[in-house]
Write a protein that binds this ligand. Structure first.
Ligand SMILES: NC(=O)c1ccc[n+]([C@@H]2O[C@H](COP(=O)([O-])OP(=O)(O)OC[C@H]3O[C@@H](n4cnc5c(N)ncnc54)[C@H](O)[C@@H]3O)[C@@H](O)[C@H]2O)c1
Length: 248
């Protein structure tokens, strides 16, 4: 119960990494405020957490809208009386999205989350912000037969998340710690096109030194470390969970 008595807001909580973080944080004693644009999957997550004896509530919100982000931060405090942990995880990617859409969700969404959570966390005397960046925040990529690697907007947004993490860490210190996670390839709906297409799947396995995709639960464990007092002297830092992808 490493998060007993804490209240955690997780954006993009209905699926993949955000869902795994929400589940693990609830198991570790946090009350979870789960925000997403997918209502039915979000409500299903709440039922699952409650069945396991945890506390959680779902809020329908689009992180690319600043008022929605202000709203979820205020509702988190109203629902459970305080807010201790904010995980800016919501993200989109892959073909079919415009530059503007990807920047709005993956970069502006993180900015709004940091901007509006920080004063509340500081007012309470402390807290933690975790931003989900990516290996796409550290390097470009040459993906076979895919011009533009992860996508220019995705690369720009994820690099931007690292910059925001460093600046908000300075703004928040010493009360609020702000760190980022850079996952490598994780098997979630976001990467379905890659793990369902044999040549792309094989390429990920061959180029990841640990030889496989990560499970969302493995990224959630990194988030738990950053959310808990185990990382009490860590801020402005980047936790790379990529199976060795960026080692060469
Ligand atoms: N899967 C990977 O390999 C991988 C690797 C590195 C980083 N990431 C990052 O991890 C985060 C989670 O990705 P995932 O793989 O779990 O994807 P996912 O598609 O499984 O989940 C993303 C969730 O975000 C929600 N979402 C999308 N736009 C939103 C918005 N505007 N407002 C609120 N919620 C919104 C979706 O509805 C979905 O539930 C993203 O930021 C992604 O860029 C993923």
């Amino acid at each position: 119960m490493r998060l007993a008595g804490k209240v955690a807001l997780v954006t993009g909580a209905a699926s993949g990494i955000g869902r795994a973080i929400s589940r693990l944080f609830a198991q570790e004693g946090a009350a979870v405020v789960a925000a997403d644009v997918k209502a039915s999957e979000g409500e299903e997550l709440i039922k699952e957490i409650e069945r396991g004896g945890g506390r959680a509530t779902f809020i329908l919100a689009d992180v690319s809208r600043e008022d929605d982000v202000k709203g979820i931060i205020a509702r988190a405090k109203e629902s459970f009386g305080r807010l201790d942990i904010v995980v800016n995880n919501a993200g989109i990617g892959g073909p079919g999205y415009t530059w503007e859409q990807v920047i709005a969700v993956n970069l502006s969404g993180v900015y709004y989350g940091c901007l509006h959570a920080l004063p509340l966390l500081r007012e309470q005397g402390g807290g933690v912000i975790i931003n989900i960046s990516s290996i796409a925040g550290l390097t470009g990529a040459r993906i076979p037969q895919v011009v533009g690697g992860y996508g220019h907007a995705y690369i720009a947004a994820k690099h931007g998340v690292i910059g925001l993490t460093r600046q908000f860490a300075l703004d928040g210190a010493p009360e609020v710690r702000v760190n980022a996670i850079c996952p490598g390839w994780v098997e979630t709906p976001l990467t379905r096109l890659v793990w369902e297409t044999p040549p792309l799947r094989d390429w990920v396995i061959q180029t990841t030194p640990l030889g496989r995709f990560a499970r969302p639960e493995e990224i959630a464990k990194g988030a738990l470390f950053l959310a808990s007092d185990d990382s009490s002297f860590m801020t402005g830092a980047i936790l790379v969970l990529d199976g060795g992808w960026t080692a060469y």
